[in-house]
Write a protein that binds this ligand. Structure first.
Ligand SMILES: [Zn+2]
Ligand SMILES: [Zn+2]
Length: 429
């Protein structure tokens, strides 16, 4: 799987940047648990397998076969300050020379973060095809109830065993498939940033992420006539390819746009109660919300109006306005959006030297987006929720408008949603 991707490392002829890949090996298929046990033994290092109560049944036989230690994080461990602190104080983790993340998304983020803190490598052993973060170099943490992305360390290898992840509850695979479908708007937002701000797009990484999305979308379309294990394998392959694209890029730009910002906002519980919904389930619903907004925007006779091109950062980032939603988290939100000064606010980069050309390019990118109904059908075929009420959120217009208005500020990343919402604020609060 990795040979072709290794060819993308080094100085990139497409974007001129240096792309690095820390993950040297990636395996998806049958018998990968046995393969991993042998691989760990060969290393001869002191290994600590990190599991939680749900994934312990997979960690235990691996530990016995590989002669490794196991630590169990309690319950449904979140990637937050409490869990990372607990792990960093566990003697077998402190003594380990190599860690194994045996679990799904949050557990991987916890291990990614703590292994980097300790300066030891880790191996990914995913127990569900639920998110694309397994091999990424970015840890999605919840720090004092704020969602933050930390540059961290990717696994040195990933072993995804059919017998493990394909046996996970179907809801987890559905969530992973929905996370992948979120790449439609993530990739679109990257393109929109290129058109509207001149942000560079690496066409090779863009193509890799698009391929990961297509592999998944295609598998979802054929799901009814596909063997369930093969279907889960395709989703897992898509997720791993997506994670590798993030790793090559050095940040989550190819895989995370405004649909993810909605999910992050909802996970901050500032405008809604705590959710039981999974990451990908939220991304899927966020994706439909964003496609609705983008569809409406695309129907305008003129996209790049004067108002659109002249957002007022002072109004957009007005503390009083942000405080109504972010409350005590407002300082953190302001810091995120103005790293090293107000001029670094992503919206300040909005610049179109040739308005007609940008209008054409943006329209072309918008028309390449799938329709909302096509994506809804894909989410349904994947078994993922499509209604906002199905993930425990209010189904009224006001909530949708509030979500769209404030989600873009959870990250200082340019998205079309951010520009559309800022346009509404031109000329007053
Ligand atoms: Zn490149
Ligand atoms: Zn995601």
């Amino acid at each position: 799987m990795l040979q072709r991707i290794h060819a993308l490392t080094g100085k990139c002829p497409a974007c001129g940047k240096e792309h690095a890949l820390r993950t040297a090996e990636a395996y998806v298929g049958p018998g990968e648990s046995t393969h991993l046990a042998a691989w760990l033994k060969e290393r001869g290092a002191r290994v600590c397998i990190v599991a939680d109560e749900n994934t312990y049944p997979y960690a235990r036989p691996l530990a016995i076969a590989a002669g490794a230690d196991v630590v169990i994080l309690p319950g449904r461990a979140h990637a937050d300050e409490e869990t990372t602190d607990m792990l960093l104080h566990m003697p077998s983790f402190c003594a380990a020379e190599l860690a194994v993340a045996c679990g799904s998304g949050s557990l991987h983020d916890t291990v990614r973060y703590t292994a980097a803190e300790r300066g030891i490598p880790f191996v990914s052993f995913p127990t569900a095809a639920s998110v694309d973060g397994f091999v990424s170099g970015v840890a999605a943490m919840t720090w004092h109830s704020r969602k933050v992305s930390y540059p961290s360390v990717p696994p040195v290898a990933v072993f995804a065993d059919d017998a493990v992840y394909a046996a996970a509850p179907p809801r987890l695979t559905a969530s992973g498939a929905a996370d992948m479908l979120g790449k439609y708007t993530a990739l679109f937002d990257w393109r929109a940033a290129q058109v509207l701000t001149g942000e560079p797009v690496c066409e090779r990484i863009y193509a890799l992420e698009k391929e990961a999305l297509d592999v998944c979308a295609d598998a979802i379309r054929r799901r009814a006539e596909t063997d369930p294990v093969l279907y889960a394998r395709r989703v897992m392959e898509g997720l791993i390819l997506s994670g590798l694209a993030i790793q090559l890029c050095g940040n989550s730009r190819p895989a995370s746009g405004s649909e993810h910002h909605l999910s992050h906002l909802w996970e901050m519980h500032r405008i809604n109660p705590e959710l039981g919904a999974l990451h990908g389930e939220q991304v899927g619903v966020g994706l439909l919300t964003v496609l609705g907004v983008y569809g409406l925007f695309a129907s305008r006779p003129r996209l790049l109006s004067d108002r659109f091109l002249m957002p007022d950062p002072d109004v957009v980032l007005d503390r009083g306005r942000l405080e109504t939603v972010f409350g005590p988290l407002t300082d953190g939100i302001l810091e995120e959006n103005t790293p090293g000064g107000a001029e670094h606010f992503s919206l300040c980069a909005l610049r179109v030297p040739d308005r007609a050309a940008s209008e054409r390019e943006l329209r072309a990118a918008l028309s390449a987006l799938p329709t909302r109904s096509a994506v809804r059908a894909l989410l349904e075929a994947a078994g993922a929720p499509t209604e906002i009420s199905a993930i425990g959120l209010p189904a009224d217009e006001e909530f949708a408008a509030r979500s769209a208005a404030f989600a873009p500020y959870v990250r200082n990343r340019f998205t079309l949603l951010k520009a559309i919402e800022a346009e509404k604020l031109v000329g007053g609060l």
